[in-house]
Write a protein that binds this ligand. Structure first.
Ligand code: ADP
Ligand code: 5RP
Length: 551
């Protein structure tokens, strides 16, 4: 053993709350995952487009996974804790007890999830104001942001929720409060989802104009009037109660948190890429696009100066990498769409049975099935006459149009496994075309992107990764650690512990690249043609809507 390996190691715990599950990892100073645990969390859909969760259920899951990853470790070696989570809205009363966000009055369900689209009328009215804060969310506010959801609560649940509410938290901030008792909000959450400006703070005129003047009157105490950059150590660290819940030592450093996509960005974007023949080796970090692909996909591009990209969220200052601007493109459902297409197909039970017989995931099975049926041609060519438009839950970027729907053209009278596999392929390709569409919008506005850095659950899917390379024409870098969102959360804990002097230093030391997947340039002409069809699909959808509106 070398002398270096004998030194006592420092560890950080990262906790990542995704849409479907909570994950924790014990991570060392080099960014290696020493232990990993996950736990599913509950979701409710009481009516179409209403999606709810429970902050108590989520905290309980955080405790289970954290206890698991520190089992058998000398707790004195754990130096810091960082949380990331989806940007869902948590509602608590003045005594920090959950309040119902539903007509049933079920206080257990006190979270309006990020993908909830109940506040359509509210966001429409907010966008009609044309207020200047909208310039910083790509020109159009998304129904998935917090202002429309808050307005919905005021207009629909005044007595049972709004009048009793003491605290509205973004989920990442709820978790750091729960761990430390500190109600300060992360700059990341407030800038990206609540219209806060890193330079100018809250804009009173916006809240007054949209009918939420209540927040101005009480100096924003319910939505946050202390704001800290991500990675800053909070209060006196972990409280005795939270330490008991999580199985960690009292007082260890807890970081101001990040939204999950942003933690994924930190986990991948700063890695040393030397020796892989990548163009971005000689280019600034701003040439890299981090794509965090889970239930949704988020496309995180950074720049030195603010870049205004129509239909792409931001520019947000210091919301991910300190000192840099962030633009965040996105697709509201990607993993969820693939699951939806596959699980809804008549051949799904057959797929499940065959994958189980081979002890494979359904996606690994589908990928090898496609390899069997492609014969001599490249696998992507199986969809020459099958095309999908992927906005089954509206378009987040670059069209920023929540009314758009999914489309499939080229259906046949077949319900067999081949048919399922090819439909799955066309869906994966459609998501990759969506990424290309977003990149083109970002480049037209001034970004210069040469390399994609993929992470999240979908980056485990080799077909998804290859299609992103082929369809964008860019190399795709995967991380050494598949769970790089958790590395991002651990980077926060490492910064809070004081072991690194800056987020940038922690990123450079803890994010490591793994495999690089290059595009198959010989297939470019085929994908360029399919992209033309992709763009026609949305044009036609708009034409159909216009025809149906005619008198
Ligand atoms: N082993 C796998 N192979 C292929 N796809 C996977 C695999 N594991 C997860 N996925 C895909 O990733 C998605 C979930 O990603 P994840 O990052 O766990 O989501 P979230 O953070 O939103 O909870 C699923 O919808 C599924 O489509
Ligand atoms: O809006 C987002 C980030 O700004 C994400 O889409 C949202 O947080 C959900 O993430 P995930 O797909 O990883 O569950």
């Amino acid at each position: 053993m070398s002398g270096e390996e004998q030194e006592p190691r420092s560890y950080y715990v990262g906790v990542d709350v995704g849409t479907g599950s909570v994950r924790a990892a014990l991570v060392d100073q080099k960014g290696l995952l020493m232990a990993f645990a996950d736990q599913p969390i509950k979701k409710w859909e009481p009516q179409f487009n209403h999606h709810e969760q429970s902050s108590e259920d989520i905290w309980a899951a955080c405790c289970v996974v954290t206890k698991k990853v520190v089992q058998g470790i000398d707790l004195n070696q754990i130096r810091g804790l960082g949380f990331d989570a989806t940007c869902s809205l948590v509602v608590l009363d003045t005594q920090f007890h959950p309040l119902p966000v539903n007509h049933e009055g079920d206080a257990h369900r006190n979270i309006i999830m990020w993908l909830d689209h109940r506040a359509v009328s509210q966001v429409h009215r907010i966008n009609e104001t044309k207020h200047s804060v909208l310039q910083y969310v790509g020109g159009v506010m998304s129904v998935e942001m917090q202002a429309p959801k808050l307005l919905w609560l005021k207009e629909n649940l005044k007595e049972t929720c709004w009048d009793k509410a003491g605290h509205f938290f973004d989920l990442p901030d709820f978790l750091s409060w729960k761990a430390t008792g500190v109600i300060a909000r992360s700059l990341c959450s407030l800038v990206c989802k609540w219209t806060y400006s890193a330079e100018r703070g809250w804009d009173d005129s916006f809240w007054k104009m949209i009918g939420l003047e209540d927040f101005v009157a009480d100096n924003y105490s319910k939505i946050g009037n202390q704001v800290l950059p991500p990675g800053v150590s909070l209060g006196n660290g972990l409280t005795p109660q939270a330490a008991k819940d999580l199985g960690l030592p009292v007082g260890i450093a807890v970081a101001s948190s990040l939204i999950d996509a942003h933690a994924g960005g930190l986990g991948v974007i700063g890695a040393d890429v030397r020796g892989h023949g990548l163009a971005c080796e000689r280019q600034p970090m701003t040439s890299r696009l981090a794509v965090i692909c889970g239930t949704s996909s988020c496309h995180m591009g950074i720049s030195k100066e603010p870049i205004f990209v129509p239909g792409v969220w931001g520019p947000y200052f210091s919301a991910m990498v300190p000192g840099l601007w962030l633009n965040e493109g996105g697709q509201s459902v990607t993993g969820k769409l693939i699951d939806h297409m596959v699980q809804g197909h008549a051949a799904f039970p057959e797929l499940q049975a065959k994958a189980a017989a081979r002890c494979q995931s359904i996606y690994a099975y589908l990928n090898s099935h496609l390899d069997l049926i492609k014969k001599a041609q490249p696998v992507g060519f199986l969809t020459v006459d099958l095309h999908v438009w992927p906005d089954f839950h509206g378009n987040r970027s670059p069209l920023a149009d929540l009314t758009l729907k999914g489309m499939v053209t080229g259906l046949k009278l077949s319900q067999d496994l081949d048919n399922l596999a090819i439909l799955y392929l066309a869906t994966v390709q459609a998501i990759a075309f969506g990424t290309r569409h977003i990149i083109e919008a970002m480049e037209a506005a001034g970004h210069s992107i040469s390399t994609l850095f993929l992470c999240g659950g979908l980056s485990k899917n080799s077909l998804f990764v290859q299609m992103h390379a082929d369809i964008t024409g860019m190399p795709v870098v995967l991380s050494q650690e598949v769970e790089s969102v958790l590395v991002g959360a651990a980077i926060l804990g490492a910064c809070a512990s004081g072991d690194f002097t800056s987020v940038q230093e922690a990123m450079a030391r803890m994010s490591k690249i793994g495999k690089v997947v290059f595009p198959r340039c010989e297939d470019k002409r085929y994908y360029d043609k399919k992209y033309q069809v992709f763009l026609k699909l949305v044009e036609h959808q708009k034409e159909y809507a216009a025809i149906m509106k005619e008198n």
